[in-house]
Structures are given as structure tokens and as C-alpha cells.
Design a protein around this ligand. Structure first.
Ligand SMILES: Cc1cc2nc3c(=O)[nH]c(=O)nc-3n(C[C@H](O)[C@H](O)[C@H](O)COP(=O)(O)OP(=O)(O)OC[C@H]3O[C@@H](n4cnc5c(N)ncnc54)[C@H](O)[C@@H]3O)c2cc1C
Length: 417
């Protein structure tokens, strides 16, 4: 009996990871369909998502291969240096690195990555805009606005039901529907995780002086405070606070918010002026207990959502994309059933260890650097000083953070699937 199919693969969620997955599968000749409750155009508004993401150089290679790189690149700020400082007093971000600090420089790995920077800083709305145009150009069908309300599967096929009652069928459904994934809960995949009791306050600021492509991660007693360079002499701030303080900062008048900022910034980038809306995001760790179920795979935040301290969340999702696309395109060329356990196991085996490792490392890092206990502080300061003195250790960190370590899928090496 032939089973009805609306596509080879149904992708639930057309966020940054879902849209990239659509491009990657289409580039390998797989017929896919994207579904998202957000109208595609609404996602491009500055009020939709105020965040910016640090994108690893390997993840950016993938976008280049998939035709989105040239659309995103005009809005991508090269990160040439990352400066990590450990400060006791607000305003210490201003200090020249005299105390405990750690510096990563793109020139140190220039021979390995052919002049690519440590990464790129891009506003999420710019990434979404570039991906949207690339998806349209590739002719990938998008159902939006359309919400998936249930996912079911059996030995023959997987099915999603939309809020308007339509039922769509495919050999494989991929849940890229974020932290609160409905695909995940419908298929009985559990999660483990915990909250950090903090929110990330996010704002974009105009700077008086050029940032020179330097990203600052500054550890204040209240938690990390990141100043991330953006194009047009702007910076994206991610400021960790308690939920109460975060809500107050979000609601504060611009001049009050700027006064608080100046205390933490100090004078080193000149005057700062907040531009656009402010946002708060709850910070937590959440890991799916498996990445696949019968004819279903999870990808991106649906499978693993981590603290933004090391800028790895979306990068993990983009690594998932490259691995899953390679597995599925190869399976399609061999005439295999894309939703079979054998095929999905290859994806889970490839990605589970890295996802778990990065999630745990991020968790340890968060606890270590959100702690003002003198013993913990002394230990981390000693660790930072040590890494800073050892060139190979610094280069290893840069390679890991750039997503260039381990068994790299073709797209992350800049090679088509
Ligand atoms: C403050 C902050 C800073 C960060 N900075 C960085 C950084 O510097 N670098 C980095 O790599 N990561 C960073 N991250 C993490 C990054 O933002 C996330 O990992 C990324 O957005 C996840 O993308 P996604 O596509 O998997 O999920 P999402 O962005 O959550 O997208 C999910 C999509 O699924 C859709 N959807 C939801 N439910 C349904 C449904 N029922 N049916 C159909 N579609 C549905 C949604 O509308 C949405 O479009 C940061 C996170 C925070 C909070």
C-alpha cells in the first residue's frame, strides 16, 4: 500500500535553525516543508526579537554554502578579539586588562581558518531576514502562519495536525520548535534541566567610540555582563540579573537605564545610548533525554537549550543541521527510508555527545562565573591566568568555540552536502 505523503520531510518550526535545515535539505535534493505559527514577515521586525547571536565561523561557512551567507554578511560584525575579565566592582569593564583577564585573538588561528575571524555577531532579525530570502529563492514551501497542535507516528509514516484541522504526512517529522517543543512532548521525549534563577536583559546601544571588533565578557559579582560588537558602531548587551531587577531595568526610563549602564561600562567606549526596545529572557538549561523517536527527530533548542554565557545555543543547533542534512542526503542517495531507526540513529550518535558535552561545560562555566565566593573566584582566576599563558590552550578554546573541532560535517567545512 502506498502511504500518502506531503513531503519527504516536514520541519516543524521555521526559526533560525529550522530555516537553515530547510535550506540544507533542499540543497541535497530533499523535498521538505516548513511550518511556523509566526508569519514570516513579522519575524523581521526589530520588536520581534532583540537578541544578537555570536555565530561560529564554521556555522557561517554553512550559510555561505546554502546561499544565505551573502545576504547576512553585510550585517555581520567580525569578532577579532574576545576579552574576558573578572571584576569585583561595577564599572570595572572600563579598566585596561591589568588584573585577571584572558584574551583570544583571531590572528592566533589565522593559519587554521584562512583569515576567518573568531566568529560573527549578527542581530537575530538580520539572520532571519537573510534566511527568509534564501528560503524563498530556493522555492521551499512554507506554511505560515500555521501551528502544529499534534504529532503522531507509526511504522509507516509520521503525521502532524495543524490548528486549522489539516493533517500532513511524511516519512519523517523534525521538531525544530524551540524550548517548549510540542513535537517533543507529543512523542514522549522527556527533558531534564534547571533554571538559573536569572534573566538575560538584552539591549542594543550606540557607541561613541569604535569597538574594534572586540567582544567583552565581564564577570561582575551579580553575574556575566557581555558587550558584543555590532556593525555601525553599535553593541548588543547581555546583562544577567535577578528576574525582579531585570523587569525593573526593562521598564526603566531610557536615561535611568543608561545611567546603570554607564556604571558597568565605565568610560572606555565613550558615551552609550540605548537604541530600540529592551528584552528579558529567562535563563535555563534544558536537555531532551533523546534526540529521536519513531519517525521523529529533534533539532536546535527543542533538543538542547543552554545558558547564553558562551554564545553556543544556536551554534549547537546549526551543527545539528549540518550533521542531520548529511545523514539524510546520504540516506536518500542510497534509497533508504529517511524516517527509519537506522538512519535516525546515525544522526543521534553523531550529535548527542557534543550536545551533552557543550551543555554540561556551559553549566559548569555558568556556575563558576556567577559566583562571588572567594575560593571559587581564586580557582577561576588561577585557571584564566593559566589558559592565558598557554598558547595551545587558547588556540584549542578558539577552535572549540568556532565549531571547528571534532568530526565536522561537510557543510561546516564549507563543502556542499
Ligand atoms: C539572551 C540570549 C542570548 C543568546 N546569544 C546567543 C549567541 O550569542 N550565540 C548562540 O549561538 N546562541 C545564542 N542564544 C541562543 C539562541 O537564541 C537559541 O539557541 C536559538 O534562537 C534557537 O533557535 P531554534 O530555531 O532552535 O529555536 P527558536 O528560535 O525558539 O525557534 C523555534 C521556532 O518554532 C516555532 N514554533 C513553536 N511552536 C510551534 C508549533 N507548535 N508549530 C510550528 N512551529 C512552532 C516558533 O514560532 C519559532 O519560529 C542566546 C539566547 C539568549 C536567551
Amino acid at each position: 500500500m502506498t502511504v500518502k505523503r506531503d513531503a519527504d520531510v516536514i520541519i516543524v518550526g521555521a526559526g533560525m535553525a529550522g530555516a537553515t535545515l530547510g535550506l540544507a535539505l533542499a540543497s541535497g535534493g530533499i523535498d521538505c516543508l516548513l511550518i511556523d505559527p509566526q508569519p514570516f514577515d513579522a519575524q523581521l521586525e526589530p520588536t520581534f526579537d532583540g537578541r544578537a547571536c555570536a555565530i561560529a565561523f564554521s556555522a557561517f561557512r554553512q550559510w555561505r554554502v546554502l546561499g544565505a551567507g551573502a545576504l547576512i554578511e553585510p550585517h555581520a560584525q567580525r569578532i577579532e578579539q574576545i576579552l574576558v575579565t573578572d571584576g569585583r566592582a561595577p564599572g570595572a569593564a572600563a579598566a585596561s586588562p591589568s588584573g585577571v583577564w584572558l584574551r583570544f585573538d583571531s590572528s592566533e588561528i589565522a593559519d587554521r581558518n584562512e583569515g576567518e575571524p573568531l566568529g560573527y555577531l549578527v542581530e537575530n532579525r538580520r539572520i532571519r531576514a537573510g534566511l527568509t530570502r534564501a528560503v524563498e529563492t530556493a522555492g521551499i514551501p512554507v506554511l505560515a502562519p500555521a501551528r502544529v497542535v499534534s504529532t503522531q507516528s507509526d511504522a509507516a509514516s509520521a503525521r502532524v495536525t495543524l490548528a486549522d484541522g489539516r493533517v500532513l504526512t511524511a516519512p519523517l517529522v523534525i521538531g525544530v520548535d524551540g524550548r517548549g517543543s510540542k513535537v517533543r512532548s507529543d512523542t514522549g521525549i522527556g527533558v531534564i534541566g534547571w533554571g538559573y534563577g536569572h534573566v538575560g536583559v538584552v539591549a542594543t546601544v550606540d557607541l561613541e567610540h569604535d569597538h574594534g571588533g572586540v567582544a567583552y565578557e565581564h564577570f561582575l559579582p551579580t553575574g556575566p555582563f557581555a558587550i558584543l560588537p555590532l556593525t555601525e558602531r553599535r553593541a548588543s548587551l547581555v546583562w544577567t540579573e535577578t528576574p525582579e531587577k531585570g523587569a525593573a531595568l526593562k521598564a526603566a526610563r531610557p536615561e535611568v537605564f543608561e545611567a546603570h549602564l554607564r556604571r558597568r561600562f565605565g568610560p572606555f567606549l565613550g558615551g552609550v545610548k540605548v537604541s530600540g526596545p529592551r528584552f528579558t529572557y529567562p535563563l535555563s538549561l534544558q536537555l531532551a533525554d533523546r534526540m529521536t523517536a519513531q519517525r521523529v527527530a529533534l533539532l536546535g533548542d527543542a533538543a538542547h537549550a543552554v545558558h547564553p554565557i558562551a554564545g553556543q545555543g544556536l551554534n549547537l543547533g546549526l551543527k545539528d543541521v549540518a550533521a542531520l542534512a548529511e545523514v539524510l542526503v546520504e540516506a536518500a542517495r542510497l534509497g533508504e527510508d529517511l524516517g527509519s531507526t537506522a538512519v535516525l540513529d546515525r544522526y543521534a550518535r553523531w550529535r548527542s555527545v557534543d550536545n551533552l558535552g557543550v551543555a554540561l561545560a556551559t553549566d559548569v562555566f555558568t556556575r563558576l562565573f556567577s559566583n562571588d565566593n572567594p575560593v571559587v573566584r581564586a580557582t577561576r582566576d588561577a585557571g584564566m591566568a593559566l589558559v592565558n599563558r598557554i598558547g595551545p590552550a587558547r588556540r584549542l578554546f578558539m577552535s572549540e568555540a568556532g565549531g571547528a573541532a571534532g568530526d565536522l560535517p561537510r557543510l561546516l567545512r564549507g563543502v556542499p552536502v
